[in-house]
Write a protein that binds this ligand. Sequence first.
Ligand SMILES: Cc1cc2nc3c(=O)[nH]c(=O)nc-3n(C[C@H](O)[C@H](O)[C@H](O)COP(=O)(O)OP(=O)(O)OC[C@H]3O[C@@H](n4cnc5c(N)ncnc54)[C@H](O)[C@@H]3O)c2cc1C
Length: 455
Amino acid sequence: MSVDINELALPDGQIVSDPEEISKLSSDKFTEAIEETSQPLAVIQAKSVEDVQAAVKFANQNQIPVTARGAGTSIVNGSAAEKGGFVIDLTQLNKILEINIPNQYAVVQAGVLNSDLDDEVRKQGYFFSPDPGSKRISSVGGNIATNAGGMSSLKYGTTKQSVVGLQVVLADGRLVELGGKTFKNNAPYDLTDLFVGSEGTLGIITAATVKLLPVPFGNPVTGLATFNDMKQLSVGVQNISGSGLYPSMMEALNKTSIEALDNLEKSDLGKGGAESLLIFQLDVAPAGAVDALKKILAKSGALQVNVTDDPDYAKKIIKIRQDYYQAEAAYGRLIVEDVAVPLSKLPELADFVENLKFTSKVTAFLGGHAGDGNFHPNFAVSKEYAETPADVNEAINKIFKYVQSIGGTISAEHGIGDLKYQWVRPQLGADVVELQRQVKKAFDPNNILNPGRKV
Ligand SMILES: Cc1cc2nc3c(=O)[nH]c(=O)nc-3n(C[C@H](O)[C@H](O)[C@H](O)COP(=O)(O)OP(=O)(O)OC[C@H]3O[C@@H](n4cnc5c(N)ncnc54)[C@H](O)[C@@H]3O)c2cc1C
């Protein structure tokens, strides 16, 4: 069907015409596993909800694929343009509409950056708990669409736990409100939750009501513990998890990750030859908690433990951990993976990944949200290769198969996007895939919303 794009009337927004801007908004630059990008029919910069409605309605009538784009930090090519489709750029829907402290929620437009909301509410003694490593560069809408996790998901849950209500443009352009302003709501089927993690395949989120939490009382305690290897570290993580201490962070780094971070940050985390490092935090530390934690770490085989309540030092450590991908990207084209297993299987997973061997020029890293059973096995491939070397692809396939064989998932927090599509069926089984397709069909009968992704 030939489409005359001039027939699309946007009340407030515009169709981008600058080729550089079109190319920037059509590709996911952080998805380094993808070597080619697709050409969209048009990139639409929405300035109002009505723009999103008009564009989606037009696309539905003309069977044009539509990709919602938050801040474009997807690592699975989820917000990159589909061939001949629309990209709807939501960055200008960036207003914090309401901060309601007595009722502990905020209402924000989808394009608001996570850290802009968090910084704003912290001025009033509250925080927005979802804290992906991309906090400063990703949007609240994108965080919701991917159910983003972060370091503090261990204690406060993934983005899902913070979403109270959503405003959504459906595939035919209708606008609906899901959920509400209360933290409990059993009136409807929970369609709000269904949209969390739906990766732009069910509708376009234009605004959200999100939960705010009061900043915990007292000073957090932050620490570093070294271990002989990632397997032993994982045992320590499991022991702390069952202790009742409720840490707000348990992050792991293997030797290559420590080296990469030390190189980037000019820090000395690897001083003394640390083979693996656990970064932990108790954001609420009652009397006796630190001693109890140290005892558990010692019993679990920790070699060295350092603990501080100095907030500046803690900030520095957390910043170092947040730079995990950036540090690794200095070693080549970075392929980021994201798997999770039941906690008791974490030592096995660590062992499995650390023992993979490569003949090509690649640096393998392992680290991530150990407390959630979630590791990022990442691979920096030498830029001299035009394509990903076969042994790296094989290693990734082996990890996925292994993770699925021990009851884990091939996507803990980054989503499916384009990259992991073929792994969904083996993990979910034909019946569940079919149910998912039926859900998708109910919301998007013409299959225009991010077709070929996720489901
Ligand atoms: C340095 C770095 C660190 C990262 N760390 C983490 C981490 O710790 N944890 C984690 O979970 N992820 C992490 N990510 C991945 C990424 O930042 C998250 O997936 C993030 O939630 C995406 O937000 P975004 O605004 O960039 O969305 P985009 O990348 O623009 O979109 C992501 C997906 O959501 C859909 N989407 C976006 N906005 C909407 C909307 N309003 N309505 C409907 N669908 C929409 C898109 O179509 C796409 O499928 C990291 C990425 C980088 C580059």
